[in-house]
Design a protein around this ligand. Structure first.
Ligand code: NAD
Ligand code: IPM
Ligand code: MN
Length: 371
């Protein structure tokens, strides 16, 4: 028995979450997972109605869930930061979801804007530190509103916080390397540069305190993983390489802010915001982890039925993996692959089709049903 807390949220959030939950319900029944759903009315409507963003009592209710599924939050009627910090970041911080796992994988049948690259070349994972850096909100203004105004926003990087993130990345690279060997990849594949490789992405040439700490911790943790290769890229060069040679990456580990930025680029490599999934993980399972598409509330297409539900659906794949139901997670990924590879299958406008959110959701459900 597992309880899934569902936060549909704002804009396209509820539209894509409806499809994801329908699939979770089917899979829960088919795999005997005994899933129960508890929906939370959080986001712009509640805020505009009551000025509440995330009351403490709701945090306690969420804490009792086994996992959380979130659509998106953010609304043009609400000042920037109110919901993003008060709701999304508060959950990530309160529940010590210190890993933000963001796979970047191209599926057959989906086009990438990167010329000459296909699913073989685009298959990496970004491990984004999720509890520190510029996101802690340290800082403030002096002389606000005057010509002498100064605004300071400090990046906080603790040795313990950085190290736990790095260890997660190395463990993941180890698991990915073993899974690939298990799948029988040739030596050529393995030597292609992106097998068992952790790349640290930072800016050690400028952030000589914060990223010096990252770099030293990286070198120390790497010594515990002699079979994993390592390299280092400055974040600006990483953006260039993600476009020019994405195949050279396996696991990228990076800071909160850089991870945010490079994973929108990663989303575009894999076909767009509509297909990029993520998990905010508390690896110790002391608190629930939260799964959500990388995209936001997309106010420009909300209510039009054009939102792609694939990112939300792939996020439940990560949720199922986290609950220990990897068979069900694989069923989701395999169904998504089959739907996207089908030239006659429905697809939303972001992927060049004219299908609707619910048509794509239904096609994935049917593909899962066919096994
Ligand atoms: P966004 O991700 O909402 O939209 C960027 C572009 O991608 C838009 O053109 C949008 O139409 C498109 N897009 C997004 N999701 C799509 C989908 N499922 N299918 C097809 N196209 C899709 O980013 P934004 O416009 O910068 O932000 C809008 C709001 O969302 C802001 O308030 C922002 O703070 C918030 N936001 C929330 C989250 C979250 O809840 N996790 C993430 C990012 C942004
Ligand atoms: C994301 C979003 C969030 C972030 C915002 C909405 C706080 O952009 O999940 O990528 O910056 O982490
Ligand atoms: Mn982002």
């Amino acid at each position: 028995m597992a309880t899934i807390g569902v936060i549909p949220g704002d804009g396209v959030g509820p539209e894509v979450i409806r499809e994801a939950v329908a699939i979770l319900e089917d899979l829960g029944a088919a795999h005997g997972l005994g899933l129960e759903f508890s929906s939370f009315d959080l986001g712009s409507d509640r805020y505009l109605r009551t000025t509440e963003v995330l009351p403490d009592s709701v945090v306690q209710d969420l804490a009792r869930c086994d996992a959380i599924l979130l659509g998106a939050i953010g609304d043009p009627r609400v000042p920037p930061g109110v919901l993003e910090k008060g709701l999304l970041l508060k959950i990530r911080f309160d529940f010590q979801q210190y890993i933000n796992l963001r796979p970047v994988q191209l599926f057959p049948g989906v086009e990438t804007p990167i010329k000459g690259k296909g699913p073989e070349q685009i298959d990496l994972v970004v491990v984004r530190e999720n509890n520190e850096d510029l996101y802690v909100g340290a800082g403030g203004f002096t002389r606000k509103g005057t010509p002498e105004e100064v605004a300071i926003q400090t990046s906080v990087n603790t040795r313990a916080g950085v190290e736990r993130c790095l260890r997660y990345a190395f463990d993941l690279a180890d698991r990915r390397a073993k899974a690939r060997v298990f799948r029988g990849l040739s030596d050529d594949d393995r030597s292609a540069g992106r097998r068992g490789l952790v790349s640290l992405v930072a800016k050690t040439n400028v952030l000589t305190y914060a990223h010096d700490l990252w770099n030293r911790a990286f070198e120390e943790v790497a010594r515990d993983y002699p079979s994993i290769k390592t390299d280092y890229h400055h974040v600006d060069a990483c953006c260039m390489r993600l476009v020019v040679s994405p195949e050279r990456y396996d696991v990228i580990v990076t800071t909160n802010m850089f991870g945010d930025i490079i994973t929108d680029l990663g989303a575009v490599l894999q076909g767009g915001m509509g297909v990029a999934a993520s998990g905010n993980l508390n690896p110790e399972r002391k608190y629930p982890s939260m799964f959500e598409p990388v995209h936001g509330s997309a106010p420009d297409i909300a209510g039009t039925g054009k939102a792609n539900p694939i990112a939300a659906i792939l996020s439940i794949g990560l949720l199922l993996d986290h609950l220990g139901a990897a068979d069900a997670g694989n069923a989701v990924r395999s169904a998504v692959k089959r739907v996207l590879a089908d030239p006659d299958g429905p697809r939303t406008p972001d992927l060049g089709g004219s299908g609707s959110t619910s048509e794509v959701g239904r096609a994935v459900r049917e593909a899962i049903g066919r096994g």
